[in-house]
Ligand binder design. Sequence first.
Ligand SMILES: Cc1cc2nc3c(=O)[nH]c(=O)nc-3n(C[C@H](O)[C@H](O)[C@H](O)COP(=O)(O)OP(=O)(O)OC[C@H]3O[C@@H](n4cnc5c(N)ncnc54)[C@H](O)[C@@H]3O)c2cc1C
Length: 384
Amino acid sequence: MVRAAPAQRFDLAVIGAGIVGLAAALAAARRGLRVIVIDRDARANGASVRNFGFVTVSGQARDVMWRRARRSREVWREIATAAGIPILQSGQWMLARRPEAVGVLEAFMATEMAEGCRLLSPGEARRRCPWLASPSLLAVMESSVELRVESREAIPLLAAWLERAHGVEFLRNATATAVEPPLVRTSRGAVHAERIAVCPGDDFSALYAERLAIFGLTRCKLQMLRLADPGFRLPGAMMSDLSLARYHGYADLEAAAALKARLAHEQPRQLEQGVHLIVVQSADGSLVVGDSHAYGATPDPFSLQAIDALILEEFRAALGVEPPAVLERWVGTYASASDRPVLIDAPEPAVRIAIVTSGSGASTGFAIGEELIASFIDTGAVAA
Ligand SMILES: Cc1cc2nc3c(=O)[nH]c(=O)nc-3n(C[C@H](O)[C@H](O)[C@H](O)COP(=O)(O)OP(=O)(O)OC[C@H]3O[C@@H](n4cnc5c(N)ncnc54)[C@H](O)[C@@H]3O)c2cc1C
């Protein structure tokens, strides 16, 4: 039976129960607001549960995104115990196997973003990880600032904790069909709220579609794999040369030009499919490995074996280890824009729209939620 929308009045209605919507709900609840979160699905099913759960700080674009990631990492740490969300991994190992990649790491180490990072020689890295067998390993940048959660468990745990500890209400199986402040019309009745936060992930053809059309948003599709327990433990999330050419914190450094030129020559098929390497480990030892990037208004939902093969080829080259059996394959999509990492818009005084347009919501979502609520309450101004 469909339950009608709650008749009470709320200080804030959040549309979207992904990480961005939940982050906005947390920031609002911490300021004492009465909050309701509305989602069309019965349980989280979007990008927020399909990702690596990798909270990346090093490698985020300099300044604003890097600061957002540091703040979000802090919030993950603050709430993890209370919300019962295990932090499964800390830190990151960036494996460099080309001199040009070492050049990028050295340039990165000279920036303020290198806080918590240090370079390891191949010998030191192998002493710590005897299984690491890539013959071409030249250096590792170890960062202590990253962390990882199991998103498919963490997002439901976060929602349950918001409900239990902060009194946030949830209206699920309810599609928001119109925003008419102070009302949100949903497929299960109207919700009354003084402020409305629209956090729709990559659905930008429904609410405020005309307004969002001017931002030139598109979608990005990623292929992901889960591999069997390799029988060893990772010292942190692992990445490789291809990631140094992709993540803005590294790729925007001058030193990255030489690496990009070499990769264009040596790994054109990976670059064509937007493939780079992230390997993280789950509590049962299995590895989540990815990913690829394909852009389009409606990317197809199919996982291509040829793209998986490119991801696994990079796994083999970077770790020097034969990839274990594939246990799961899935695709995910996120919103993308070529000119901004995050879109925060105020279409009307009582409404904010927040969309992460750079595939970094697990890393930056909590900071964005705080900014969104601050823009309602503190200044009325909206961050760019
Ligand atoms: C495969 C993959 C790997 C990634 N890896 C990482 C990573 O390791 N680290 C990182 O930082 N980021 C990563 N990202 C990006 C990150 O997952 C996203 O930036 C983030 O999850 C976006 O969160 P969201 O809340 O905006 O969107 P979503 O999680 O998609 O949530 C949006 C919610 O809004 C709801 N909704 C939309 N419209 C309506 C409506 N009209 N009415 C009701 N409900 C509505 C949807 O049902 C959905 O639940 C990855 C993304 C993917 C796909």
